[in-house]
Every structure is written in structure tokens, then in C-alpha cells.
Design a protein around this ligand. Structure first.
Ligand code: ARG
Ligand code: ZN
Length: 849
């Protein structure tokens, strides 16, 4: 059903561009409040177009003059762009515009961050730089001349010329405007080089503000590892003489894959042992890889329109996840990826913001850079990989690069490639792109005369605008274990296509224990009744590490659910299994740390809601606290020995092995803190020589309400480091007692170092509040009210971040009438605020509908 709003954009309305661009020449005369941009663009009619109407996007531009083939023209201008009379033949468009980078707080287009010029053009920021057909199916080579006083002047492609006060860059690869980038400022580079498999030398430069040089080594190593991996695993080689990364402190997202000139949020690229946690190092490695991998999946082959966003994002996330799995522990990586998927995508997919991996419509494209487009998109590709197998997957990818290099492609093109390369019909599989919502998969077993039968039923609940759901193709990787724990039927892919479908295993000597959905082979919610003993058995014996972890997780959820609903929890089974697992030295420490981690409060709220129970955030919080205390007491005698085993003598390294030991050490420290009130944590804090342990110990101290001295010490030590201070802000909110969380956030927002214009800082306070369920959903309503106040304040400055933050309310449907009423009131207050952005307006409207 079509929305009445005139601004809604529909996939079905796609039409090819009227004019194509031959080449683009841009000249920038930089000045903080009055930068001039002179464009010379050669257009030609598109033979495939249905109309000859000439329209260029443009927003917030002051047009100085424009010509067509050298003749001054007076275009018709409105708030979206301009129209002009042009020949039905090739012609040259020239225009000069003025823009105000210093006044640009949206951080889209050209803006000043910390004294340096930088750009963010995806999705539709280029139209804030000059008039242009700002759509990804218009691709062109760019030449850029930058004039400015700044010592470093950068753009895409290769450097072709420079002189005092100017530099010229040429990007020979046709690209859409969203991949344009410009950077100018006082920057220093870490330099390195990479030799491609065809012996081409590529210069590598990582640009940072003077003073940050010591934080560049890790990203550079990650970059070289990514370049090598893409050659080895996907056969993809880099294609320019230079690859550059710039670190920027004000940035809406993690990073951006601009051709040859990636721009990164400082938080996604800068790292040093004393300022960054192991999680920061891992995230940086993944994001550097992600942006680099976009050079082929995104840049060389781009998207025809924004409805195809997952074509590049889902694929590139799948690629960066595979890369991290290869470099680190594949099992641990998979568990972490699934935790993130469930925490963000399942949450989205089960609320009012649920949407398809390929949506049919949107109002503001920035609102669709979501966990569904990214993480579910990656899961869909992972399922394809599972269904066709690694060899056919590689064959299909080779064909994809061959067939579509240099093009703006669609998700249909992608699926056609798989059909052509493998001979498979993917008609039904395509539903994964077109059907929103998380499928529920239930299973029943039957055992008779040595034959074991698993009968699966799938069911996807309705989502906004999609009441009816058809059955999906679900690859269910399954193995069977014998009573002694041996694997009697090894892993195989059960390919489910029907609503209800059975699979049989004959010739078994005894009734097996099934291990279903190994490696989380499909993004579904599996429900299977099992006794606590059987879950404990799987936690002890499953050969699939993911399902081993999952068994413990299920058991923990059952314990918590029973505690919340006043039933008898299967505590002994859980604590016994946990203790056995923890003492098993054959399990890597990182795995044991994850298995020790209780399901989070938001996860429990969703789990209860799915079971038909209205979650009470306060009770969930208390149950979790009680269970953690039980765990600590049960493991009391093992804690000192295990903790001692996790001490690292070697010098700090941010590798997966050391990180795993530190993760387990901190998990144990959190338990110890419950028994000693913070004595051990104070010692760890005082002696820590790296941020992982400092911050972990600080968290323990805050939980024990013994963190004041450490907090003050931390602030004094790190006041000059914005990324570390983000952690200082965040920790205080995320470790606040539920009844204090909103107050703490409100007080921190008054701190002199709080700056709402910096997205990292804003998120460190209000993102942390949103992710503190017992605090945000406190019965007083203070969390909701405060969040609404700040979204309203931020919206005029940075609509993208304000819109994103309003996702805090997406779980409204789970809660009781009182909470729903207060959330609705907060949302209505946002909706009614004067001049609300399209971004936030769309989000709040979808949540309220
Ligand atoms: N393409 C970038 C990435 O995935 C993200 C760009 C986000 N842009 C936006 N407007 N939300 O690496
Ligand atoms: Zn991406």
C-alpha cells in the first residue's frame, strides 16, 4: 500500500537517468564559511532514458552562475535541485556555487571537523557540494583541483599535479558521486606500501592529526592484511597507485569507502594499547577490512539505486566477517557476530521498524543504513554460501566481477549470477530479500526402530505492511550425537523449503541428541523443547562450537525466565555445566569468556516478549544480578586459580589469543568483585598497563559502587584524549544503577567536555542510556523524557544522528501499558517539535504507526 506522503520514494518508480556523465572536473577554493566549487561536467543523452528532462540535485547551495556550452543560463531552482534547457546532444555544463563548510553541523557534504575539511557523500551528500545527478547509476571519472592554504590537500584517485597552495587528483575509475571525497588540513601520514600479486607497488598513507601518529600502526597492519586476503580469497587486486585513509573526529558513522580515499571516524581507526581495548582493536581490523573490501564490492561494482544497498553492504559485511574469522578464532567470531545480529537486527525485525533487506520504499535513505541491510544482508549471503558450497560460491563471485565490473548493479543481477554459475533456481530464495521479519523455526522429533525423524515448521510473523509470509528456503545445518557424546551423524545441510518438512536418519543404534542450526546457519529463532540435562549435555559435548555456546545460552535464558516469572529455575544444571565448561582447558579462553557472559537485559526482554510474557526491565535486571551472584558463589573456589591462569607475562599484543585471555580474566574479575566488593578490581586498575584491563576494572569498581577515585583518576589522566574520554562518559551511564541512569546522563550532558555536535560524544552518553534497559525503561519515565529532550535538541543540528537515536524507542511494543504510554508521549513530543527533520520525522512516524 502506498503512503500518502509525497516524499516517499519507491523502488517500482525507478527510471534510468536522462543524461549520463562523460567526465567531471571540479575546482574547490576552500574557505571556512564561503567555499567556492566550480564544476565542469560533460553530459550526453542516455539512449536508454525515457525522457529528456534535465534535472540536477542540489541542496543548500548558493548558485553564482551556470552555463551550458559556454552560454549563461538561468536554471529553475527549488529546494531539491535545478532544471535547465539543454540540447538533445552532448554538452558541457559549468557552474559555480558557494557553500559553508564551517556551518555544516549535519556532517553531510563538505564540512569542517576539528579544523580540517572533509566530506561525507553517501548516500546523498554530494548534492550539498555542487549541482549534480546525485544517484549511484551515474558513474564518471573525476578530476579535482583543490586550492587552499592547508598543507595537505587530498581527493580520490592518483595525485596528478600540485603547486604552492593547490593540488590536483585524477580518479580514472568511473564512480558515482557518493564515492567522492575531499580532505584538506594539517595532517601527518603514516606511510607504507603494498606489492600486489602482479607486482604493482601501491603507496599506503594513513593521515591523522599531529599527535596521533602513535595510534596508526594497527590500522596499517589491518589494511595490508585485508589487501592480501582479498587477493587470496576473492582474487581481487587493488587498482590505483595509492590507497589513503584519513581519521576524522566528527563523523556520523564508522567509516566510508570513498574511492582510494577512505574516511574514518577516529574511533574506527586509531588505536594504541594504552588507549584502546581489545574490542576496539578487533573492531578497527574489521572496519578497515570492510572499507577496503568495498573497493570491489561497492566501488568497482556499485548499486543501481539505494534499494540495492544490501548488494554492497550485505556482501561486504559477509566478506569482513569471513576475514576476521580467518585471522582470529572462527568460532568466537561467529558467536560475536550472532550476538550482534540478535541484539540489533532481531530487535529491529521484531518491532515497528522491521523492513526488507531490499525495501520497496523509503522517505530518507539515511534511515536505511540498518542492521537489516547490513547484518541480515550478510546472513543471506552466508546462507547462499552454505547452500551452493564454497567452490560454487567462488565461481559465482568470479562471474559477478566479470559480468558487472564498472556497472551499477541490482540484487536481481546478483541472484542471476548465482543461478547462471550454479544452475540453481533462486526464485524462492529471493524471498529472503523481500520478506521482512525473523522466521520462527520449531522442531519436533520422533524415534522409532532405529530411525530418527526431525520435523520442522517455519513461520514468519507479520511485519508492518506485510501480513502474509511465504515459506523461505532455510539451510539447517544439523548433526546428531550419540548418548556417549560421539558424533553419530556428521553435520549436513538440511534444505528446508516447505512450511512443514521432515528429515529422517535411519540405521541408528540409539536415540541421538540433535545439534540443530549449527554455526547459526540461518537467521531464524529456533525453538526446541529440551530438558536442562540435554542442554548441559550439548554444552559439554557438541562438536560444533557455536551450538555448544548456544546450549549454555539457552539454559541461562531458561534460568532467568524462571526467576523472572517466579518459577523454580534449573539452577543446578546450569551452574554445574558452567563450572565444567569453565575448567575445560581445551576450550579457548575467549570461548569460555563468552559462555560465562549471561544473556543481556534487552535480549531477555525480547525472549520474554516472544514467550508471551510482558517484560519488566527492573525484574530482569534483578534476576540477572541474582544469577550473577549465584554464579560467583558457585565458582568461588575456582576463581583465584583460573584468574591466575589468565595472567599474561608477555608484552601486550592486541592479538586474538591475548585478547581472549584478558576477556576471561575480566569475566572472572566481575564475579570476584561480587565477592570482595572490588578489592581485586582496584588492584587490577592500579596495575593495568593497557586500556582493556583499566576499563574492565573500572567497570567492576563502578558496579561495586566503589569507582569514584578511579573515575577521577581516569579523567585526570585522559582529559586530553577524546576517544578515551568517550569511554569515561559511556562507562558512567552504562554502569549506573537503574534508578540513577537518567540522572547520570543528564548530569554528564552538562559536563564541559560534553559536546552534542560530536557524534561520538553524543552516543557515549545517550547511546549508552539507550543500551541500559533497566535505566532507560525505568518506571519513572525519566529515561524516555530525557532521551526525547535531547533528540529534539540535536535534530536541527544533526538529523541523521537524532533519527538514529530515536530507534531507542523501537521496542515500545514489548512493554506494559504504563511504559508504552510514556514512550508514546515522548515520541509525540518529538513528532510535534517545530521544523523536525525528514530523517527523525520518518523514524518517529514509523514507530508510532
Ligand atoms: N558505506 C559506508 C560503510 O558501510 C557507510 C555509509 C553510511 N552513510 C550514511 N549516510 N548512513 O562503510
Ligand atoms: Zn559498508
Amino acid at each position: 500500500m502506498k503512503d500518502a506522503s509525497p516524499q516517499t520514494i519507491y523502488l517500482s518508480d525507478y527510471t534510468p537517468p536522462a543524461y549520463l556523465v562523460e567526465d567531471v572536473h571540479l575546482t574547490f577554493r576552500l574557505a571556512p564559511t564561503a567555499t567556492r566549487v566550480i564544476a565542469r561536467i560533460n553530459f550526453r543523452p542516455n539512449p536508454e532514458a525515457k525522457s529528456r528532462a534535465f534535472f540536477l540535485h542540489g541542496e543548500g547551495l548558493k548558485l553564482i552562475w551556470a552555463t551550458v556550452d559556454g552560454q549563461i543560463v538561468q536554471p529553475g531552482i527549488d529546494e531539491d535541485g535545478l532544471t535547465a534547457e539543454v540540447p538533445d546532444a552532448p554538452f558541457t555544463w559549468e557552474a559555480e556555487v558557494e557553500i559553508d563548510p564551517a556551518g555544516n553541523t549535519r556532517l553531510e557534504g563538505l564540512y569542517l571537523s576539528n579544523g580540517m575539511y572533509c566530506t561525507q557523500c553517501e548516500a546523498e551528500g554530494f548534492r550539498r557540494i555542487t549541482y549534480y545527478p546525485d544517484r549511484p547509476d551515474v558513474m564518471a571519472p573525476f578530476t579535482v583541483r583543490i586550492e587552499g592554504e592547508e598543507p595537505v590537500l587530498l581527493s580520490n584517485g592518483n595525485p596528478t599535479d600540485h603547486g604552492p597552495g593547490w593540488a590536483e587528483w585524477t580518479d580514472p575509475w568511473p564512480k558515482p558521486s557518493y564515492l567522492f571525497a575531499l580532505v584538506a588540513g594539517d595532517l601527518v601520514a603514516r606511510e607504507d606500501s603494498f606489492t600486489t600479486r602482479n607486482e604493482r607497488e601501491v603507496a599506503l598513507k594513513l593521515w591523522v592529526r599531529p599527535g596521533d601518529e602513535h595510534k596508526t600502526e594497527w590500522a596499517m597492519e589491518s589494511l595490508k592484511a585485508s589487501m592480501k586476503w582479498d587477493e587470496e580469497v576473492y582474487g581481487r587486486e587493488y587498482d590505483l597507485d595509492i590507497f589513503q585513509i584519513v581519521a576524522v573526529s566528527d563523523f556520523n558513522m564508522g567509516a566510508m569507502e570513498n574511492k582510494g580515499l577512505n574516511i574514518f571516524n577516529t574511533s574506527a581507526v586509531l588505536a594504541s594499547p594504552d588507549t584502546s581495548t581489545d574490542a576496539n582493536f578487533a573492531r578497527i581490523e574489521g572496519i578497515v577490512a570492510h572499507e577496503y573490501f568495498h573497493n570491489w564490492t561497492g566501488n568497482r561494482i556499485t548499486c543501481r539505486d539505494w534499494f540495492q544497498l544490501s548488494l554492497k553492504e550485505g556482501l561486504t559485511v559477509f566478506r569482513d566477517q569471513s576475514f576476521s574469522a580467518d585471522l582470529r578464532s572462527a568460532a568466537v567470531q561467529r558467536i560475536e557476530d550472532v550476538m550482534a545480529l540478535r541484539g540489533r537486527q532481531f530487535r529491529e525485525d521484531n518491532g515497528p521498524l522491521a523492513h526488507q533487506v531490499q525495501p520497496d520504499s523509503f522517505v530518507e535513505i539515511n534511515n536505511f543504513y540498518t542492521a537489516t541491510i547490513y547484518e541480515k544482508g550478510a546472513e543471506v549471503i552466508r546462507m547462499l554460501h552454505t547452500l551452493v558450497g564454497p567452490d560454487d560460491y567462488r565461481k559465482a563471485l568470479d562471474l559477478y566481477f566479470d559480468r558487472h565490473d564498472g556497472e551499477a548493479a541490482t540484487i536481481d543481477d546478483w541472484l542471476n549470477v548465482f543461478e547462471d554459475a550454479t544452475g540453481r533456481d533462486l526464485g524462492q530464495f529471493k524471498r529472503w530479500y523481500k520478506q521482512a521479519g525473523t522466521p520462527r523455526l520449531s522442531v519436533e522429533e520422533q524415534w522409532e526402530d532405529g530411525t530418527y525423524t526431525l520435523t520442522f515448521t517455519q513461520d514468519t510473523p507479520p511485519t508492518p505492511g506485510q501480513d502474509e509470509k511465504a515459506p523461505l528456503v532455510i539451510p539447517i545445518v544439523t548433526g546428531l550425537l550419540g548418548p556417549n557424546g560421539d558424533e553419530v551423524v556428521p553435520s549436513q545441510v538440511l534444505e528446508m523449503t516447505e512450511k512443514t518438512q521432515s528429515f529422517t536418519f535411519a540405521g541408528l543404534g540409539a536415540k541421538p541428541v540433535p545439534s540443530i542450526l549449527r554455526g547459526f546457519s540461518a537467521p531464524v529463532i529456533l525453538t526446541r523443547e529440551a530438558s536442562p540435562e540435554e542442554r548441559a549435555f550439548l554444552l559439554a559435548n557438541d562438536t560444533d562450537p557455536f551450538n555448544r555456546w548456544e546450549a549454555g545460552r539457552m539454559l541461562a535464558k531458561e534460568v532467568l525466565t524462571a526467576m523472572v516469572t517466579g518459577k523454580e529455575p534449573p539452577l543446578d544444571a546450569y551452574l554445574g555445566a558452567l563450572a565444567t565448561m569453565l575448567r575445560d582447558d581445551s576450550l579457548e579462553p575467549a570461548f569460555r569468556a563468552l559462555a560465562l557472559h549471561l544473556p543481556g537485559e534487552d535480549d531477555m526482554a525480547q525472549t520474554l516478549h516472544d514467550a508471551g510474557i510482558t517484560p519488566d526491565p527492573a525484574r530482569i535486571h534483578d534476576a540477572r544480578e541474582t544469577l550473577l551472584q549465584e554464579v560467583a558463589e558457585h565458582l568461588q573456589d575456582s576463581l583465584p586459580r583460573l584468574s591466575a591462569e589468565m595472567v599474561i607475562e608477555a608484552p601486550f599484543a592486541p592479538d586474538a589469543e591475548q585478547a581472549g585471555k584478558r576477556a576471561l580474566a575480566l569475566a572472572l574479575l566481575r564475579l570476584t568483585t561480587r565477592l570482595d566488593g572490588g578489592k581485586a578490581a582496584a588492584k587490577v586498575y592500579a596495575e593495568a598497563d593497557n586500556m582493556t584491563l583499566s576499563l574492565g576494572a573500572l567497570g567492576c569498581l563502578l558496579d561495586a559502587e566503589a569507582g569514584e577515585a578511579a573515575l577521577a583518576d581516569f579523567e585526570a589522566r585522559w582529559a586530553g584524549d577524546a576517544l578515551v574520554m568517550d569511554k569515561w562518559f559511556m562507562m558512567q551511564v552504562s554502569h549506573a544503577a537503574p534508578e540513577k541512569a537518567a540522572d547520570v546522563a543528564a548530569r554528564l550532558a552538562e559536563h564541559p567536555a560534553f559536546n552534542m555536535k560530536n557524534p561520538n560524544r553524543f552516543r557515549s552518553v545517550f547511546g549508552a542510556l539507550a543500551m541500559h534497559p533497566a535505566g532507560f525503561h525505568h518506571a519513572s519515565g525519566a529515561g524516555y523524557a530525557l532521551m526525547a529532550d535531547w533528540i529534539i535538541r540535536l535534530d536541527p543540528l544533526n538529523p541523521q544522528i537524532a533519527a538514529r537515536m530515536s530507534g531507542a524507542f523501537e521496542t515500545i511494543g514489548r512493554y506494559d501499558a504504563d511504559r508504552q504510554g510514556m514512550m508514546r508521549e515522548a515520541l509525540e513530543r518529538i513528532a510535534a517539535s517545530e521544523g523536525l527533520s525528514r530523517d527523525t520525522g520518518e523514524m518517529v512516524g514509523r514507530i508510532l504507526r
